[in-house]
Design a protein around this ligand. Structure first.
Ligand code: SER
Length: 313
């Protein structure tokens, strides 16, 4: 039987590109997009769309049964910076939506789940450089706490109930189709828009804040690869470390200046600095490489070149 897929949070930064790619692979009508609001034209016109609030279990179940869904990608979440402003809302959205999906899988109403975790599961006591797969995790943001808790529940549902749930700890994601919203790594997308529009950018993180990052094409490929891998190859049922590149605001500014010589950057760190300081600067993803042959393709230079090319058009 071929897959019938539901992407929840389909209009967000990852959801938009994931839905479009899954539609290319499986056919437009086999991939249902769902979100609390409508998305961009390309997404809305390419296939079925349902308005859904991911915390509404009945609505989620009805949509799954109606479309005979067997695979769910749960991309709806409140990210790190917004989560600090609305801790209760972030906890409620991030946890309730996950339980809704895991319970559908536990009851046999869907067969397979993808749920994203994040580098935000790590905290100030985590080794910061080449952070290992298994290490100290004492996150200090509500978002990070929700992701770490979610990882524990994914592993629990897998080991107790046999739920086939797969997960990746995404680094900061850089893309041009849809803007990110409310994250600490958002500067690495904003900087391109401002570089093209204004030739300058005021960065909310300090010059030497190194963070793990990844170009969206790599993230989408990783997501599809982990979901397509045979179940026996998925050894981590919490979530996999995933690494693309690592850079500071100063590094990306230099890379942009090579294409736009007049570009300048200034720094005015805000509350997001503290979040960034608590996260790793680079990630060891050797488990993902070994278990399901992961390999990133985009480094900083290549990412800057494609971002500027697409956004200039
Ligand atoms: N990009 C996310 C954030 O900054 C991390 O997962 O919140």
């Amino acid at each position: 039987m071929s897959n019938k897929i539901l992407v929840i949070g389909a209009c967000g930064q990852i959801g938009t590109e994931l839905t479009l790619r899954l539609r290319e692979l499986h056919g437009n009508d086999r991939v249902i997009a769902a979100d609390i609001r409508q998305g961009n034209e390309e997404l809305m016109e390419s296939g079925p769309f349902e308005i859904m609030d991911a915390i509404d279990a009945d609505q989620m179940e009805n949509i799954c049964l109606h479309y005979e869904i067997n695979e769910v990608y749960l991309m709806a979440a409140m990210l790190s910076a917004t989560g600090e402003k609305f801790p209760d809302k972030a906890w409620k959205l991030n946890m309730t939506s996950l339980f809704n999906v895991l319970d559908l899988a536990k009851e046999g109403k869907i067969n397979k789940v993808f749920w994203p975790s994040s580098i935000a599961v790590f905290g100030p006591t985590t080794p910061q450089v080449d952070t290992p797969q298994h290490t100290i995790m004492e996150p200090t943001t509500v978002y990070g706490i929700s992701k770490q808790t979610g990882e524990r529940w994914c592993e629990y549902y897998h080991s107790k109930y046999g739920v086939d749930v797969r997960s990746i700890r995404y680094p900061g994601l850089i893309s041009w189709k849809t803007l990110p919203g409310g994250g600490t790594t958002d500067y690495a997308v904003e900087i391109f828009h401002e570089a093209i529009a204004q030739s300058k950018y005021s960065c909310f993180l300090s010059e030497n804040t190194a963070l793990p990052m990844m170009y969206m094409d790599d993230a989408i490929r990783a997501t599809i690869n982990i979901m397509e891998a045979p179940a026996t190859q998925i050894k981590e049922r919490s979530s996999y470390n995933l690494s693309g590149m690592s850079f500071t605001p100063a590094d990306i500014a230099v890379a942009i200046t090579k294409h736009l010589p007049e570009f300048t950057i200034s720094y005015s760190p805000d509350s997001r600095q503290q979040i960034a300081d608590s996260w790793p600067s680079s990630i060891d993803d050797s488990h993902a490489r070994k278990d399901w042959n992961w390999q990133a393709q985009f480094d900083l230079e290549k990412t800057v070149a494609v971002m500027l090319e697409h956004l200039s058009n």
